[in-house]
Unconditional design. Structure first.
Length: 208
């Protein structure tokens, strides 16, 4: 059976709450979907996500990944603003240091053999993807790898015109912390719009 799973960086307690507040402030009278909560859909930065076969052991793979890339006990990422992403997405865009690229590369190397490529959505409309995003999607079934990797916290999705207006007015609606701190890696079950719906395995950053 195919399972739709992901690997992510999770924010520390203070920034988890900050992301939940930010979603509510940005959405205002147009709540973004799905709602972020501390015990449900967790704010996160996806490293990779996709369809995996049953042979994958999330806990074992997460431990191997954490050991394969030298990680500090906390990863600090600068915020670069609230951005719109077709179609209908509202993102908090974050910096892309070499460390995150190395982490994603290690994840792709480790998980490639477990991907269920037959489950990729070959009918998906990619006309509004960039060329690197189309290349990434064709190879991995995920839009943001390699050159196309764009670290972000997904604040949610809305109708196109609503999402664009929320991004345009974001500076009036919310104050965005300039730096975000992440202290854990997780393997998760994807929910609505790829949300971090259920944690299967988790480990702190830094040496085991």
């Amino acid at each position: 059976m195919t399972r739709w799973l992901g690997i992510a960086l999770l924010p520390d307690a203070a920034h988890l709450q900050a992301a939940i507040r930010l979603q509510r402030e940005i959405g205002g009278e147009h709540p973004l979907r799905p709602p972020l909560t501390p015990d449900g859909n967790l704010p996160h930065v996806t490293v990779f996500q996709g369809p995996f076969n049953d042979a994958l052991d999330p806990k074992a793979e997460l431990e191997k990944l954490g050991d394969s890339v030298p990680l500090p006990s906390a990863v600090r990422l600068a915020a670069s603003g609230i951005v719109y992403q077709p179609t209908g997405w509202v993102f908090l865009s974050l910096a892309k240091p070499r460390l995150l690229m190395s982490l994603q590369e290690a994840a792709l190397d480790a998980l490639d053999g477990h991907l269920d490529r037959a489950a990729f959505d070959r009918t998906k409309d990619t006309s509004r993807f960039s060329e690197p995003e189309r290349t990434s999607f064709a190879r991995y079934g995920y839009r943001y790898t390699g050159e196309a990797y764009a670290p972000h916290i997904t604040l949610g999705r809305a109708e196109e015109d609503v999402a664009q207006e929320l991004v345009r007015t974001a500076p009036e609606r919310a104050s965005i912390p300039p730096e975000w701190v992440f202290d854990r890696l997780s393997f998760y079950v994807m929910g609505e719009h790829g949300a971090h719906a259920e944690t299967l395995a988790e480990r702190p950053l830094g040496p085991a």
